[in-house]
Design a protein around this ligand. Structure first.
Ligand SMILES: Cc1cc2nc3c(=O)[nH]c(=O)nc-3n(C[C@H](O)[C@H](O)[C@H](O)COP(=O)(O)OP(=O)(O)OC[C@H]3O[C@@H](n4cnc5c(N)ncnc54)[C@H](O)[C@@H]3O)c2cc1C
Length: 582
């Protein structure tokens, strides 16, 4: 088993050079502007990830989660990880100070989360859902709900879950059958079964705040009749103390391919007559509420793809540096001397750094939109965030699976044996294209809501920004990189025109190509981020700032991607064109 070393320098570089964290911090104000503090925060997160969370990763896989007499048990090392996570105040980084958070930009919290997700995804996915539930309450909760639940959730001593899926309702939430009835005292009684509920039951936190979608009597059919309820494991007394246990329980745990340390629960609500729930938002307005949280969660799942890829890449590089096979120039060598292995390692690095740039850049759009008030620029940032969310979720998670697979390959037979840990990364990564909306569903969202609905207007704003960066690269002497990105962009513009122009006339033709289009989009957007990386690295080298070898490697990675991956844009665009003719 190899250790995980948080790539703090790479993360800082991506934040500064690609996401332009400095500009965001100026807009944000406060502690975000303190560069030293940001550096210390990243370093400390890296230490916690490497020393506490990462060593527990294997325990999660081997011991997993178990259910006994209604109690879910996790490895002891998860408890230690949780205690350290709470003690450091990590859960509250980007939440308002009024609720006990630190009020820092979400982009920075995402950079910190990257390290925690790399170190131990089965542990960290619990916090991902808690943060989503906090986001929901911040936007849609009543003042009383915020007062009652947020301080403990922001601190991380209570957790949150998201309860959408049911046996008959996965992608299609119109089929949701869980019911809720008014109890007469302002509360509701919730009855039904939910499946696949991540961290639905466990003992790490004092309370669990479930966000549950259900239907009220007489509700309209379909998704317009879905309401959202807050259903706590323990009811909370007016003075804030925990009261009686609510009528809900974990019936069983799923046996899974990966992320075994994360308890995935079948939940029963209301076996004893009805679980007490509290309406969040308007009656029948539940899905819209849930979606405000899901946009952020989708980007956070894209981040998981990047994170698992980084960890798998590190393991592969370490293995390749130690494994002696074959000879070059009459001397026995480690396998990282062979061109084919070097290609695999370089590709993993390129795909990881492209995803990192894209995730952070997109997260920064969200923060800028939040701080921008009603300005045109804020509206533009919001539109770019929404456009890129399905691209990031799918491209970074597909990338995570592909990198983890390539990492198994670098290990050879040892990769197929559990001891190296390479197999665990591959198994863990595989859920990412499935949950939080399958990647197929992301593709439908991309071509429908994000491209066809505004006839490609938001996409054109992004494409113009990419073209401007390509021009800047040309002016800076990075002609080869600029040409590669411009040529990929031409293909993407062409395919986008086809999507926007064909959707109304032949929806099925577009839907059949949606995933190919999404891959084309990701390939070009990833290359664009590496172009930004190379231009920033060159500027820093010329200014004599930073470690020259580190900066040169950033440029090399960009050149490798343009040679190896960017040409795929041509093939993907041709696939779409062929299919559209057929
Ligand atoms: C480990 C794990 C943790 C999870 N955690 C949670 C959780 O905490 N909370 C929660 O609510 N859920 C959770 N889920 C559920 C997850 O979100 C669903 O599995 C996912 O949304 C897909 O739904 P499904 O499994 O019913 O697949 P289906 O909806 O049956 O989809 C099967 C296939 O058909 C495709 N498909 C379906 N409908 C369409 C369509 N209209 N057009 C085109 N293609 C379509 C899909 O893309 C997919 O490829 C979790 C799942 C797993 C595996």
């Amino acid at each position: 088993m190899t250790a995980y070393a948080a790539p703090v320098d790479d993360i800082r570089f991506a934040l500064d050079a690609q996401a332009r964290f400095g500009d965001l911090a100026r807009l944000w104000g406060g502690a975000a502007e303190d560069g030293e503090l940001v550096g210390a925060l990243l370093a400390e997160a890296g230490r916690l990830a490497g020393e506490v969370l990462a060593p527990a990763n294997r325990d999660g896989d081997l011991e997993g989660a178990t259910l006994e007499n209604g109690v879910v048990r996790l490895p002891e090392s998860f408890r230690k990880a949780h205690d350290a996570y709470v003690a450091g105040g990590w859960n509250g980084l980007s939440f308002p100070e009024a609720h006990g958070g630190q009020g820092l930009p979400w982009t920075l919290a995402m950079a910190v989360s990257e390290m925690f997700e790399s170190a131990n995804m089965a542990f960290s996915v619990g916090a991902l859902l808690t943060k989503g539930a906090i986001e929901l309450l911040l936007r849609h909760g009543t003042e009383e709900q915020k007062r009652t639940y947020l301080p403990n959730m922001v601190a991380g001593v209570w957790s949150g879950t998201m309860n959408l899926t049911e046996p008959g309702a996965g992608t299609d939430l119109a089929r949701l059958a869980t019911r809720a009835e008014r109890a007469g005292d302002g509360a509701y009684r919730v009855v039904g079964q939910k499946i696949f509920i991540t961290y639905g039951e466990h003992e790490l936190t004092g309370n669990i705040v479930h966000m549950v979608l259900a239907r009220l009597p007489g509700a309209p059919d379909g998704v317009k009749g879905v309401s959202l309820f807050l259903v706590p494991k323990y009811l909370v007394k007016p003075d804030g103390a925990l009261g009686e246990r609510n009528d809900l329980r974990a019936v069983s745990l799923e046996r899974k391919l990966g992320v075994k340390g994360s308890p995935t629960c079948v939940m029963a609500y209301g076996d004893g007559g009805g679980a007490t729930g509290f309406l969040v938002g308007e009656e029948h307005g539940g899905l819209a509420c849930m979606f405000t949280m899901m946009n952020n969660a989708r980007l956070a799942v894209g981040l998981q793809g990047l994170a698992i890829g980084e960890r798998a890449r590190q393991a592969a590089a370490a293995h390749a540096a130690g494994r002696v096979q074959g000879a070059r120039g009459g001397r026995a060598v480690t396998i990282d001397n062979h061109p084919d292995v070097r290609r695999m390692l370089a590709w993993m690095k390129a795909r990881t750094e492209a995803a990192r740039g894209l995730v952070y850049w997109t997260a920064a759009r969200f923060d800028r939109a939040e701080r921008g008030g009603g300005s045109d620029e804020a509206a533009r940032d919001r539109a770019l965030f929404e456009l890129l969310t399905p691209v990031v979720k799918s491209w970074a998670t597909d990338g995570g699976v592909q990198i983890a697979s390539e990492a198994v390959q670098v290990h050879g037979g040892a990769g197929f044996i559990e001891e190296t840990g390479a197999a665990q990364h591959y198994r863990d990564a595989r859920v990412l294209p499935i949950y939080e909306g399958t990647n197929g569903v992301q593709a439908i969202d991309l071509v429908g809501r994000k491209i066809a609905r505004d006839r490609g207007a938001a996409a054109r704003v992004l494409f113009d920004a990419i073209a401007a960066d390509a021009d800047a690269a040309r002016a800076a002497g990075e002609t080869g990189l600029a040409e590669a990105v411009s040529s990929g962009l031409d293909r993407l513009r062409g395919a986008t025109q086809w999507v926007a122009g064909t959707m109304a006339a032949d929806r099925d033709a577009v839907l059949a190509q949606a995933t190919t289009y999404q891959r084309l989009f990701g390939t070009v957007a990833g290359g664009w981020q590496l172009l930004r990386q190379a231009v920033a690295a060159k500027r820093l080298r010329e200014e004599g700032r930073g470690d020259p070898a580190f900066l040169e490697a950033k440029s090399e990675t960009a050149r490798f991607y343009m040679a190896e991956d960017m040409p795929l844009a041509g093939a993907l665009a041709r696939t779409i064109a062929n299919a559209s003719r057929a």
